[in-house]
Write a protein that binds this ligand. Structure first.
Ligand code: SAH
Length: 225
């Protein structure tokens, strides 16, 4: 999967994809993340990418021209499945949305700043808008990093134990069961006996039961979806 991220702050995104699982995904050639500096597509010597809003009011708006040039340049090199704009009024990111995006080949992610992008960008270039939650961030970069992390780990072959993503929270509308590691006992607090029994059938049944119980307690809304 190839992800091209259009941003005015590429420095902000240099670190998130260079560690742990996403780093491995990139090294294995399963995920390619490119950071594209929108200022490279500005047409004046000051590299201007934003301007005052028509109608007045506080806050700058990202101009359509550099964004159009940038997206058209990328599109001239390959086909894209989606051009995603990170936006607080977009579709709320959840596991189902992440699952769907992880099946795509090439995507562009556009990060907004200031007041956001000129509406004509959304009308004519953007094919999907995603929000990471009902709050406003100062820019789309951290939201994009979250989307790439959630999606990247779902690409087949990225996780060592391929089945493990299937047992994470929100797959099948259930949240994950509790997990334990060594030691068996710490300050008298014991690991549940069943996990030490070696009986995989019983362990699976226990985990499923725990998932159900936790979902009922913590996220009953998931069970009615
Ligand atoms: N004026 C806009 C907010 C702009 S915030 C409004 O009220 O809707 C600046 C940029 O940060 C946005 O263009 C978007 O790219 C990003 N952003 C802010 N909150 C976000 C969220 N919850 N999810 C995804 N992106 C977000």
């Amino acid at each position: 999967m190839r992800i091209d991220i259009i941003t005015v702050l590429p420095e902000l995104l240099q670190s998130p994809f260079n560690h742990s699982i996403l780093k491995r995904a990139r090294e294995k050639g399963l995920l390619e993340v490119n950071l594209i500096n929108l200022r490279d597509y500005a047409s004046d010597k000051h590299k201007t990418v934003d301007d005052y809003q028509y109608g007045g009011g506080a806050g700058m708006v990202m101009m359509i021209e550099p964004i159009a040039k940038c997206i058209e340049d990328l599109k001239s090199q390959r086909d894209y499945d989606e051009v995603i704009y990170m936006s607080p009024d977009g579709e709320l990111l959840d596991q189902k949305v992440a699952n769907k995006i992880s099946l795509l080949q090439n995507i562009i992610i556009l990060c907004g700043h200031y007041k956001g992008v000129d509406e004509r960008v959304r009308e004519h270039f953007v094919t999907k808008e995603i929000s990471i939650g009902n709050y406003v961030l100062s820019g789309g970069e951290l939201a994009a990093a979250i989307l790439v992390d959630a999606v990247g780990r779902l690409i087949p072959g990225v996780l060592n134990d391929e089945s493990s993503a299937l047992f994470d929270s929100f797959q099948d509308n259930l949240i994950a069961p509790p997990v334990y590691t060594r030691p068996e006992e710490f300050r008298g607090w014991k690991v549940p006996d069943i996990l030490l029994s070696g009986d995989t059938k019983k362990i699976d049944a226990w985990r499923h039961e725990q998932s159900l119980q936790r979902t009922k307690e913590r996220r009953p809304d998931l069970l009615s979806e």
